[in-house]
Design a protein around this ligand. Sequence first.
Ligand code: ADP
Ligand code: MG
Length: 436
Amino acid sequence: MMPTVDGLELCRQLRLQEATRTVPVLFLTAKDDLADKIKGFQAGGDDYITKPFIISELLARLQAHLRIQRLKRELALSEERYRLLIENSPDGILLLSPQLELLYHNNRFIEILKGQTQEPLTGRVLQTLFPISDLFCEISAIVERVKAAGGPAMKEAQITASNHRTVYLEVLGMPIRIRPDQVAMFQVVFRDITQRKRMEEALLQAEKINALGILTAGIAHEINNPLTGISNAIQILQRGNVARKRQDELFALVLDHIERIVRIVKDLRTFSQPHESTPALFSANEAVAEMVSLARYQVGRAKIDLETRPSPEPLFLFGDRHQFQQVILNLVVNAIQAIKETGKVTVSLQRQGGNVLITVEDTGMGIPANQMTRIFDPFFTTKRDWKGTGLGLAVAYRIVQLFKGTLTVQSTVGVGSRFMVTLPLHPPPPGGQGST
Ligand SMILES: Nc1ncnc2c1ncn2[C@@H]1O[C@H](COP(=O)(O)OP(=O)(O)O)[C@@H](O)[C@H]1O
Ligand SMILES: [Mg+2]
């Protein structure tokens, strides 16, 4: 009953404008039949008071509306904050219904897809998205695991980016429950771990070069001896006047020495060649034997007895053979370095249920109790003369983790140390008799 514009119309106009859309509107009117009240609410009103009214009731209602308004504003703000947080997350985040319908994904997920699609994705069932990218198959796989485990699950995945580089992703899945026995949604998170992977690879590579560096002195020495022999023999032959029988002896000696050098170079090559880190099946005994023969050059003239005790039965591991060998080499080199003058290093393999137990034992100086927790830390070293980088055990530990195994140590100062590696065994290759 207001002049020019009536209350209902004014309320409608307030609701139409962005700036006033959320302002609470309270009708205060003499029109008190039900139809009028409903019209008021339909126009967008929040409350309706009819005359005659009591002032204290009006005030109470205003207060209630102001409180609701404040809560609404806080809620919107908090929603906005969470939305920004999720949209700007460095991780790709998705929500799926229990029927595997894609309910939500943030922008980052689209970036990870690297423009492989312009289509809208939400509202679609996961299977229908498989043709767009392998990532959707990964999502399906992780959700299966979450279902099986009834809890969070994690896996790693790789995709090829548009520039043909490999992107490594960590895929995390978890159930979101409203009640303990009911999964309301599945949340899947993609984290780009390419940089971490590359750093790790670089670290492993650097430590391999370091281990090879330590070996070089021993190897150079081993090659020098036969070279000196060859050189002497040739000099004698050059002078002439050598009896036929003596000549033959010298030639045989030269060939012998050459063979030795060839063997040394071959030993070194098995480990130093760059390689693809593709996991494969390999024999633990063979891989250990190769590393021990390489470490043997390190012993040189020292009175160190280096013994290998292979397991009687063939044991197969699955993974990156070079990385496994690096663990053995790091442990054996440490064992040799722990011995001052004379002593013994024993490397043994044995089966323990579904695992292989590899022990590297030395009769060296041992490790003081207060250093036991620190020896696996990167850069912890007690080797003063720059021989140590302190990375050997840290790298060994990481590789053993990649193999899903364990690395433990026992040590007594003045008596020696024992490093124990357990790794899960893999069934032997079909049909192969398997060498030990
Ligand atoms: N077999 C061992 N006997 C005694 N001490 C050891 C042995 N293996 C490792 N350590 C101790 O652990 C430290 C860290 O080893 P590592 O990570 O291989 O680094 P680095 O050999 O370069 O010092 C060594 O400096 C040494 O103090
Ligand atoms: Mg070391």
